[in-house]
Design a protein around this ligand. Structure first.
Ligand SMILES: [Fe+2]
Length: 242
């Protein structure tokens, strides 16, 4: 499959509920080299679109180098592990505790970053929490401010690199954080659930602008949160459980 065609196929897969992380389907005619299982989708906005909250150079390196690296390494790991071939990324993550560390780190890296790009939008364009999501946040955290405080604390208190999450556990929303590229879909995650909001607290997400001040990144990040996508994820997660 040509590169543009592969990107289009990956973008289509990402747009389809339930097929978000399916492996790229094989080409109709046999290619000279085997198709890669997973592909990096283009960002849904320009590199500079999140300024001044996140600068263009950070986005360029984060998407084009870090995320591309996770995709490349995941594809290599899948090639080296025949039992994984043809499986969706969600299925791989569910059994990651039984798989080589390269699958965990790079499979998580690909999943988490794919979510993360879609959970951000240019300042002023991300909408507002839906009535359903806001009501559930108030029920589980007391207020929107209390939720934001808990989410920022989860990110700030994560030692080293990792992620802050808002997840639907099946009967409530919970804030959690994970180390490295772990996520709440992993079979051995301490808090399992469907991601609703995710923030990358690796230094590569903020260091060029904020250096060591992770707190400034976390408090400024709400301005680029794409509530429309969080609403969609919450709606899909809660409908699934009914
Ligand atoms: Fe990252």
């Amino acid at each position: 499959m040509s590169s543009p065609a592969r990107l289009a196929a990956a973008a289509l897969a990402l747009a389809l509920p339930g097929a978000a992380f399916a492996q790229t389907p094989p080409a109709a005619s046999a290619p000279a080299a085997p198709a890669e299982a997973f592909a990096l989708a283009p960002l849904p906005y320009a590199y500079e679109a999140l300024e001044p909250v996140i600068d263009a150079q950070t986005m360029r390196i984060h998407h084009g180098k870090h995320h591309q690296g996770y995709v490349n390494n995941l594809n290599a790991a899948v090639k080296a592990t025949p039992a994984l071939q043809g499986k969706s990324l969600e299925a791989i993550l569910a059994e990651v505790q039984n798989l080589p560390p390269a699958v965990r780190n790079n499979g998580g890296g690909h999943y988490n970053h794919t979510l993360f790009w879609k959970l951000m939008a240019p300042p002023g364009t991300g909408g507002q929490p839906s009535a359903a999501l806001e009501a559930q946040i108030r029920k589980d955290f007391g207020s929107m401010d209390a939720f934001k405080e808990a989410f920022q604390a989860a990110g700030a208190q994560r030692f080293g690199s990792g992620w802050a999450w808002l997840v639907w556990t099946g009967d409530r929303l919970a804030v959690t954080s994970t180390p490295n590229q772990d996520n709440p879909l992993m079979g051995d995650a301490p808090v399992k659930g469907a991601p609703v909001i995710a923030n990358d607290v690796w230094e590569h997400a903020y260091y060029l602008k904020h250096q060591n001040n992770r707190g400034a990144y976390l408090s400024g990040w709400w301005a680029v949160l794409n509530w429309n996508e969080a609403n969609r994820l919450f709606d899909a997660a809660t409908r699934k459980g009914k």
